[in-house]
Design a protein around this ligand. Structure first.
Ligand code: AMP
Length: 197
């Protein structure tokens, strides 16, 4: 039973590392960004609601986002644990998640904070923009998303720090090196992985 959260600015590699860590611990990686992008692609009701917001790099309303996450966490594969990527993203969402987990008599075991210098994350976002052509990877939208991260998301780490569950991980290096750093930090907390990555 491992319940994790990975936090980092855009371009920190949290999506990639999140998937790797989830695999190592045998838990689903749940990325709200991926859920929203899939909904937009499918043209579902949810997609219609969030399309313009995502394209502007703004945050989807908290109630809607938290409802999406609650639905996802209620699925059978998240019973044995999960890794959240991109949620919670502000203090209100932290409160929503706390409430949900308390209702299940659960709590987060660890919060992985991926630390990457601003220049490096901007470079990585630019590379991803060239490779994947994400509509929210334009210069103006990137600046907005980074500003929102600093203003709204970084403060959630202070909340989790008071609970002593934050592991700060240097996010510069090869993919494997970074994965190893994260796994080592989680193992030091007594969390047990079930696959070799
Ligand atoms: P990401 O891939 O995590 O950068 O998310 C892409 C976009 O989805 C963000 O820029 C937001 O518009 C939206 N989004 C993802 N997660 C959240 C969240 N927890 N709260 C609000 N909006 C979100």
């Amino acid at each position: 039973m491992t319940r994790l959260l990975i936090v980092g600015p855009q371009g920190s590699g949290k999506g990639t590392q999140g998937v790797r860590i989830a695999e190592a611990f045998g838990i689903p990686a749940i990325s709200t960004g991926d859920v929203f992008r899939a909904a937009v692609k499918d043209g579902s009701d949810l997609g219609e609601q969030v399309k313009a917001i995502i394209e502007a790099g703004d945050l989807v309303p908290d109630e809607l986002t938290s409802a999406v996450v609650r639905d996802r966490l209620a699925q059978a594969d998240a019973e044995g644990g999960f890794l959240l990527d991109g949620y919670p993203r502000n203090i209100v969402q932290v409160m929503h998640l706390d409430e949900f987990l308390e209702g299940r008599d659960e709590q987060l075991d660890a919060v992985i904070e991926l630390v990457v210098p601003r220049d490096e994350s901007i470079e990585r976002i630019a590379r991803r923009a060239a490779e994947q052509g994400r509509s929210d990877d334009t210069e103006e939208v990137i600046a907005n998303r980074l500003a929102i991260y600093e203003r709204e998301t970084a403060p959630i780490l202070d909340v989790y720090r008071t609970r002593t569950i934050v592991d700060q991980i240097d996010g510069v290096g090869s993919l494997d090196e970074i994965t190893e750093r994260i796994v080592a930090a989680l193992e030091a907390r007594g969390l047990v992985r079930d696959a070799v990555v």
